[in-house]
Ligand binder design. Sequence first.
Ligand code: AMP
Length: 192
Amino acid sequence: MKFYIMFGPPGAGKGTHAAAIREKYNLRHLSTGELLREEIAASTTLGKQAKELIDKGSLVPDEVVEGMIRSQFEHTEGTNGFLLDGFPRTLRQAEDLDAMLADMGKEVSAVVSLMIPDELVFTRIKGRAAVEGRADDASDEVISNRIKTYHAQTEPLIDYYKAKGKYHEITADGETIEINRQRVLDLMEKLQ
Ligand code: AMP
């Protein structure tokens, strides 16, 4: 059972490229952002609490996303593994993920990191806002806060996974989605 982590700042293309990887390697794509947006759409208590934080560009509490991930790991039938997108996002989540997987006798297979400069984060998210209509894509202030949150809370994971020899990075600043997708698929192929 494989556990890949799609890593990178908001707008790097994690969700976009996950579809191609998922199909090619028969993995289940697990996006904590998508799962949270489903909770919001269903107006659950969790969704209502998460919405306030998401709309500000802040992270939801570690326990919340970890609970969602834990329950998804119970469904492994018919799949070669998982493609985690947007999780882990804090050191605590990374450590807890390691503990969760150790309990299952498993470990993180590799981190596939998509890097883009902060300026491109803005352009990409603005483009996506027009297509997907996400509330947290709409304002410059919220996008800035997400970039700040990424640098402060998520970027430290790079060293965490480098120390474990699991960190692999591509630059996802190519002109087209296809160019970047090929870079991600080439990296995935090397990891097999
Ligand atoms: P995403 O779709 O991955 O950009 O996530 C959208 C928003 O959901 C983020 O800005 C966070 O507010 C929240 N979120 C998603 N994944 C996590 C996570 N692993 N930890 C905390 N908050 C998360």
